[in-house]
Ligand binder design. Structure first.
Ligand SMILES: [Zn+2]
Length: 133
């Protein structure tokens, strides 16, 4: 299979430094990540571009990512609002989806993750999608 779910390819989950999504997580946390993404994709009803997914620890340091970034854990996605949508509209839809545990609202993208534990929501500043939590 070319990805963990119908609308998600492994290439979209790879680190921007070229490192593929880790094999040891492909049957575990990637499936939770994909289920979260498909739930979002389903509610939105159109394609969503993924700006950042898995990051190696080295790449995360290089881009100034948060020290305990969920991207390094393979549990996070930064999503670009679909055509014609604002960040606020996307965040409002995403907020209703129980699989989304971490929700970060940034000026140009929405960060979602499926970390263990309870819901956390934050508003971020003007950072590139490859940075931050
Ligand atoms: Zn993020």
């Amino acid at each position: 299979m070319n990805g963990p779910s119908p609308h998600l390819a492994w290439s979209e989950l790879a680190c921007h430094d070229g490192t593929p999504y880790p094999r040891e997580w492909r049957e575990s946390r990637a499936l939770a990540l994909a289920a979260m993404f498909e739930a979002i994709r389903d509610r939105v009803g159109k394609p969503i571009r993924i700006l950042s997914a898995y990051r190696t620890p080295a790449h995360n340091r290089r881009v100034g990512g948060a020290r305990h970034s969920q991207h390094v854990e393979g549990r996070a996605l930064d999503l670009h609002p679909p055509q014609g949508w604002t960040v606020t509209r996307l965040a409002d839809v995403v907020r209703e989806i129980p699989a989304v545990v971490g929700l970060g609202i940034y000026p140009t993208f929405v960060h979602v993750d499926c970390r263990p534990g309870r819901r956390v929501v934050w508003r971020g500043g003007r950072v590139d999608a490859d940075k931050g939590e």
